[in-house]
Design a protein around this ligand. Sequence first.
Ligand code: GDP
Ligand code: IMO
Ligand code: MG
Length: 427
Amino acid sequence: MSALVVLGAQWGDEGKGKMTDYLAETADVVVRFQGGNNAGHTVEVGDKQYKLHLIPSGILYDDKLNIIGNGVVLDPKALFEEANYLKGLGVKFTPEKLLISDRAQLIMPYHRVLDGLKEKARGKADIGTTGKGIGPCYTDKAERSGIRVCDLMNKEVFEKKLRRNIEDKNAIIELYGGETLDFDTIYKEYLDYAERMREHVTDISVRIYDDIKNNKKVLFEGAQGSLLDIDYGTYPYVTSSNTIAGGVCTGAGVGPTMITNAVGIAKAYTTRVGKGPFPTELNDETGDWIREKGHEYGVTTGRSRRCGWLDLVILKSTARISGLTSFAVTKIDTLAGLEKIKVCIGYKFEGKVIDYFPASLEDLAKCEPIYEEFDGWDESVAAATSYEELPENAKKYLKRIEEFTDTRVSSVGVGPKRSQTINIAEL
Ligand code: GDP
Ligand code: IMO
Ligand code: MG
């Protein structure tokens, strides 16, 4: 029995796509369990680069099953756009390769409209969302007015639910000064999606359970990161789903005892897109240097990512909350060339030193990072193919991560390609 969770240990964009693709080589099934097309996962194989948003990163292999779980908010327009993009790159898109949960919530055009209008109305207090309708769709799920994939599969049910929603949402859109939406146009558009999706739709919990019981290796590909989690992230500057390991249970209908490992993907430094607190942020030349060297620009929105030092307080919290069995540290090649590298090992807070992440943003604002300084390493790191070949200073850095978080490092990324991954310990 083998079920492995791959999740972001920071604020997203840690390299989950690359690691999922790498681990998928020996897996049978890859499952997305939360989020939607707000995600942007990059995979590089040979000289080809793939940017995935909604479809699991296992899609690049012809012999793997990919699953969009019930915890995902699914935009059918985005799904078929991505399928066409992949087909253009020679990737097959068939029901044998992709199953969709009948319980997944659908992102509707009014969700995208409301995402934009609500952000605008927040003014300076905006969250900096991706604008994909994620928050409004999860709002409807919690409010119990959402439309699920199984509803779309039944024309009459869909019509009834859509009519009620359009009426309700148009009233809100008007209130925000937006343009109202037309029922007929959306109805027709979605019925077309329904037919194209039908063959992919199933009860994915049943399928995943059977696969795990039959000794298949199942990977759960997280989107976003721990600090964007709706409960444990920097609320309200978070996404609207549970990005932590617990999200797998609710988002894919899998019991906690079925999960065997959880690997936290941690960038060797920290980045964040959108608004919200970031204790180790570097608003200086070093921050700019890291951004350019690491190509830190969003895959989904193209926005530049804020950059800062590695924060071990964050990694320690993630290890605890998600019960991590290991970390996969990515992008140590990006830091090559820096003479000194800093790492946050605690916060000074009201005269005390703390090593956990406070809930209140007001408390977090009072936290002052305490740094430890490391000697840097050179560019030879990018050519390393084994742990032994890594520069000594890079090894010291990795050892400190393990020691502080009490969690081993199972792999290291030294470049964006599938092959540029150093495996240290089997998962
Ligand atoms: P995700 O959202 O977690 O999948 O990460 P993104 O794809 O948004 O951003 C990670 C970026 O770093 C992508 O451009 C990857 O190709 C790249 N990347 C991943 N791992 C490494 C690594 O070890 N070294 C380098 N240089 N780039 C990496
Ligand atoms: P991957 O999977 C980084 C951020 C947005 C915003 C907040 C809420 O590529 O790591 P949303 O549209 O979800 O309501 O936006 O969450 N965000 C991400 N940041 N990586 C992501 O995904 C993100 N998905 C959402 O920038 O701050
Ligand atoms: Mg990303």
